[in-house]
Design a protein around this ligand. Structure first.
Ligand code: TYM
Length: 332
């Protein structure tokens, strides 16, 4: 069950919220691209997760296509990877329901992402937002995924998914593959430019918060120029100075240079130099993606056809797992 033609399977999802940013790219997308030759790779665009908070229907549908376009433009190769829309494979939602019935409330109540997102509106947010991790566990477990490459913010959800798979296996005998998280050593937690103590996030709407993958060079320069720093003038990696540290981590992730090399390079230079050089590194790093994105969007129908093909390909795998689980728990 664990190996397919000698290859392990990876699965990772992204929400179609319409403004994928460099945190998504450095923490997840570029690692999906780099490993797709080595692993069987499945990438759902998780529209069912997106509706856990209110969404304009027209915009959501447009954002699903935009996200797919960005992923292909970033280098996801349809010959090697399968991209699909989560809601096109109904078994995700069906398995999520079954999993719900085996997740203790206490596990869910410990999820910090829900606490952060719900905040003071806890009584008004949807049940779906609370239940988000069960659907995420279903996304992973339904494909018997071995590895889940994600940013650091998904760590706790992955731990819960593992605990859940183990729980079901111990109740019913070997039923589900227990997946492992794969979190990159550099870029797993890119912080907001305006507030480097909080994670760069798609739901933050502040003008200078995130660098979106489709931002123009001028927008990128303006956002980095305004990024929060501090009054020290030394340019070195230091987590106690989150603003400068974050800029350096972004520089490190895009250039793949060593920390020593980067610190030596900026020795004696000022924040204005750091910001100027970083802007150019980010602009150049995103240029190929942006060019390919524009090409892809010129072909009407391409994305819809690819996404349909993707769902058709993975649906039998998902249906098989769902049937296996239903059988074990005594349904039907
Ligand atoms: P989402 O759409 O918020 O983010 C997509 C991926 O980007 C990573 N990421 C970051 N990495 C570094 N720095 C940041 N500031 C940053 N912000 C986001 C995320 O960790 C993620 O890997 N719950 C998931 C979607 C999902 C999923 C799944 C992931 C649904 N089902 C199954 C893996 C497996 C999410 O909201 O990602």
């Amino acid at each position: 069950m664990n190996e397919r033609n000698g290859r392990k399977r990876i699965l990772s999802g992204i929400q179609p919220t319409g403004n994928a940013h460099i945190g998504n790219y450095l923490g997840a997308i570029r690692h999906w691209v780099a490993s797709q030759g080595e692993y069987e790779s499945l990438f759902p665009i998780v529209d069912l997760h997106a509706i856990t908070v209110p969404k304009d229907p027209k915009q959501l549908r447009a954002h699903i296509r935009e996200t797919a376009g960005i992923l292909y433009a970033a280098g996801i190769d349809p010959e090697q990877s399968t991209l699909f829309i989560q809601s096109h494979v109904s078994a995700h939602a069906e398995l999520a329901w079954i999993l719900n019935c085996f997740i203790p409330m206490g596990w869910m109540e410990r999820m910090t992402q829900f606490k952060d997102k719900a905040g003071a509106a806890r009584e008004r947010v949807s049940v779906g937002l609370f239940d988000y991790p069960a659907l995420m566990a279903a996304d992973i477990l339904i494909y018997d995924a071995d590895l889940v490459p994600v940013g650091d913010d998904q760590r706790q959800h992955l731990e819960m998914t593992r605990d859940l798979a183990q729980r079901i296996n111990s109740m019913f005998g070997k039923t589900l593959v227990v997946p492992e998280a794969s979190i990159p050593p550099v870029g797993a937690r890119i912080m907001g430019l305006d507030d480097p103590t909080s994670k760069m996030s798609k739901s933050e709407t502040g003008q200078g918060h995130a660098i979106d993958l489709l931002d123009s060079p001028d927008e990128i320069r303006a956002k980095i120029r305004r990024a929060a720093t501090d009054s020290s003038r030394v340019i070195e990696f230091d987590e106690s100075r989150p603003g400068v540290n974050n800029l350096l981590v972004i520089y490190e992730a895009f250039t793949e240079r060593t920390r020593e090399d980067i610190e030596a390079h900026f020795d004696g230079k000022g924040y204005a130099d750091l910001k100027r050089e970083l802007s150019e590194v980010v602009i150049e790093g995103l240029r190929p993606l942006q060019e390919r994105y524009r090409e892809i969007r010129k072909e009407p129908g391409y994305l819809d056809a690819m996404l349909k093909e993707g769902a058709d390909k993975v649906r039998p795998i998902a249906d098989r797992t769902l049937r296996r689980v239903m059988d074990k728990v005594g349904l039907g």
